[in-house]
Design a protein around this ligand. Sequence first.
Ligand code: GDP
Length: 424
Amino acid sequence: MVSAVVGANWGDEGKGKITDMLGEESDIIVRFQGGSNAGHTIVNDYGKFALHILPSGVFYDHTTSIIGNGVALNIPDLFDEIKGIVDRGVPMPKIKVSDRAQIVMPYHILFDQYEEERLAGKSFGSTKSGIAPFYSDKYGKTGIQVSELFDEDALREKVQGICEQKNVLLEHLYHKPVLDVEELMATLKEYRKMVEPYVCDVSAYLFEARQQGKNILLEGQLGSLKDPDHGIYPMVTSSSTLAGYGAVGAGVPPYEIKRIVTVVKAYSSAVGAGEFVSEIFGEEADELRRRGGDGGEYGATTGRPRRMGWFDAVASRYGCRVQGATEVALTVLDVLGYLDELPICVGYEIDGTITKDFPTTSQLKKAKPVYEVLPGWKTDIRGITEYDKLPENCRKYIEFIEKELGVPVKMISNGPGRHEIIHR
Ligand code: GDP
């Protein structure tokens, strides 16, 4: 069976933990989009890890971890990350890299920096890991596929073409040093050596695995609202964050994805710029940020403080719908135990009219939150393992959210650890 773990919000919903947990029953875990720009934080028996490009299955010895064709493959980052976990006592994971994955080049990272500099105050708040220039090249058909590393003559010709085009921009738009064909060829030769042992025809591998009845888990990065089509364009990421794209980015038939576990966070947080209707500020936000996640709400990759807000039922219901959620995992609920009251954003007021539908960005800019306020439970719920043992007001909060989402909340996460989960 093929399942997917994806986010309904702006990312950082705690997908890493849920994937790590579901990894116990999976044979294969596939990353299908994104790159090393975002991260998952995972707490397990080996310690606390921030993964950026490796799938969250790398801590199990029974799973194979796959970098699918949809991923922006940063080869040095991949190898640093493997080394980072092996150095801390994790057994060498079984890794496969799609021969159709494309490579993040050093110039993608430079272009990302140069463009942010050029845009100055009007920038998109990029993590500057080259993701947007990478995907622009992929769809502009000047990207480099892993498979292309193995034909040196054809590769040199391609690299010459790339330099010709990019050097015009470097010289005249950015006023920066130009690219050199031989230097890039040497880098690509290095990359070939690094990646060669792992290269795999992933869609064929997954086809066979399905015939053998293996459990395959697709792991998404970021969340619905960062999807380039269905999210808050243009403050989005450059590859689709939706389970539907899992079929493309891993190479499995869409109808095989039977279970779509959509991770929803019990409050809101977002990194970078963009519309965020239920955002809160000042001391109220600082306190939630300090108490949030596992040791505060700061970006796993960038360390940037996250923007904070109350639970947004309008955005989350939409987030679940575009994912095609078959079930919800509601996370970081334990964090909210300090609050007397919990506002939930149940509608958006736009030009005097209240809507429950998540609009396009131009309308979203005008939206003001309409809140319903629920009473708090004022206790620490960590350590509770049965739904019925949760305080009544906590159950009411969960059930209110479930009704708003219209999707069954089957898992409730009440702590960062692998087994801190309540099944329903
Ligand atoms: P991801 O990108 O969706 O995997 O999310 P992140 O890893 O960036 O953010 C989730 C953070 O919250 C991490 O630090 C997790 O260890 C932590 N976390 C996950 N689930 C829970 C939970 O139920 N309670 C608490 N307190 N922290 C959690």
